[in-house]
Design a protein around this ligand. Structure first.
Ligand SMILES: Cc1ncc(COP(=O)(O)O)c(C=O)c1O
Length: 442
């Protein structure tokens, strides 16, 4: 059989994730360096990062403290197993994370991505109920339009059809509450929509259908990001919490996007004043410099699982070779220092009203049918082109890139989530570019 010999610059062999590979290779978009608010292309063109990479470089790029910490750590302890062993920075980081967390959290489990964090949280929920003698609670509930990464757990509770339809039956015994978007009642909402808290009652429908004794947990993103930025209606998360409490169901917040300052508080939970039982995190945890994710558990969860384990026994048969990786821990500690020293969560909170005012000024622009925002997250929803959903927004993405602004699109929604160091003039530039590009399109 003839083997294909690739040159170093052959584009074919790299199968890009979540990408139209053939279209990409016909017109590749590459970055070769990044600093502060900007990426740089191989031709030396600057591209303003309006998305913090993939919602993850919250402090901007090439931050000196973080770079130095990773370099130093690599030369001191490059790797240490975490199964029956550990290293000091992993403990330091978990303590720092508990300090940042809402009141009442006690334990942190490490993994390497948001997907792993979400699957880990689902497993912890199952282990918790089983340890308490409620092993019939095995059903995992998610929400339509939810994104919880790409593991089988995450796509099973997730609610994005293209991420699910190819992959068979997924995990049996999952179900979904309805999503929170209602264009007619929520259109042009600034921040949290006033209407729609009652969508949380959909959980009662599932309890009536399946019985609470079969339900382990409900996983939701406090603000749904990847599905096009759906901001929770006022009172919705509070109601979901109350229904979970009533039926003994664990509430899991997927804070992979909302964690680490995106709403102006350390976690979204603190912004909304609603405390879940488990919080999943990744992305901004290391400012995206080294892959890392984690699950934070409320007091009582570890103890329940430990209480059902013989002394000296392993409490949870779960973990990753790279759980608590020394480079990731070093990067995370330096990231937390950077956030703190530069008051970046507060900066995000201060900049959020400006983003809100500027993005809502796009109302009235051709093709724009809704605008949503919260914290340093903004979304512009376009009317789809007849017979070609997503095509108009994808064209906006390419034209903005050509004009030096990186945005993100999902379906026909344009999402923005700039680093917290963004300046007002940069927000102006992002919005002016968007307005010009969208207006010029069919
Ligand atoms: C809410 C949410 N959960 C989970 C994930 C998955 O994270 P990762 O891509 O690190 O696996 C993402 C990624 O965008 C996310 O937005």
């Amino acid at each position: 059989m003839a083997s294909h010999k690739a040159g170093v610059n052959d584009l074919e062999s790299y199968w890009l994730p979540f990408t139209a590979n053939r279209a990409f290779k016909a017109a590749p978009k590459l970055f070769t360096s990044a600093d502060g608010m900007y990426y740089r292309t191989p031709e030396g063109r600057e591209v303003l990062d309006a998305t913090s990479g993939l919602w993850c470089s919250n402090a901007g790029h090439n931050r000196p403290r973080i770079v130095a910490a990773i370099q130093k750590q690599a030369a001191v302890l490059d790797y240490a197993p975490q199964f029956q062993l550990a290293h000091p920075a992993a403990f330091e980081l978990s303590n720092r994370l508990i300090d940042l967390a809402p009141q009442g959290f006690s334990h942190v489990f490490y993994c390497n991505s948001g997907s792993e964090a979400d699957d880990t949280a689902l497993k912890i929920a199952l282990a918790y109920h089983r340890a308490r003698g409620q092993g019939t609670r095995t059903r995992l509930i998610g929400r339509e339009r939810g994104y919880h990464g790409v593991g089988f757990g995450g796509i099973s509770v997730g609610g994005i059809v293209s991420n699910r339809k190819t992959f068979g039956m997924l995990i049996p015994g999952t179900d979904h509450i309805r999503h929170t978007h209602d264009l007619a009642r929520q259109q042009w909402s600034r921040g949290q929509p006033a209407e729609g808290a009652e969508f949380a009652d959909d959980l009662e429908r599932l309890v009536a259908l399946h019985d609470a004794s079969t339900i382990a947990c409900v996983m939701v993103e406090p603000v749904a990001g990847s599905t096009g930025v759906l901001v929770p209606p006022k009172g919705y998360l509070e109601r979901l919490r109350a229904i979970c409490d009533k039926h003994g169901i664990l509430l899991i917040f997927d804070e992979v996007i909302t964690g680490f300052g995106r709403l102006g508080t350390a976690f979204g939970s603190q912004y909304f004043g609603v405390t879940p039982d488990l919080i999943t995190m990744a992305k901004g945890m290391t400012n995206a410099t080294v892959p890392m994710g984690g699950v934070m558990a409320r007091e009582g969860i570890f103890d329940a699982i430990a209480g059902a384990t013989a002394p000296g026994g392993i409490e949870l048969f779960h973990g990753y070779t790279y759980s608590g990786h020394p480079l990731a821990c070093a990067a995370a500690l330096a990231t937390l220092d950077t956030y703190k020293e530069e008051n970046l969560f507060q900066r995000c909170a201060e900049m959020a009203p400006y983003l809100e005012s500027q993005i809502h000024a796009l109302r009235g622009t051709r093709h724009v049918e809704d605008i949503r925002n919260l914290g340093l997250i903004g979304a512009v929803q376009l009317e789809p082109r007849a017979g070609a959903p997503g095509a108009r927004a994808m064209e906006v993405f390419t034209r903005c890139f050509e004009q030096g602004v990186l945005i993100r699109v999902t379906g026909d929604t344009i999402a923005m989530s700039p680093p917290f160091i963004v300046e007002r003039a940069q927000i102006d530039r992002i919005m002016e570019t968007l307005r010009a590009v969208i207006s010029a399109l069919d």
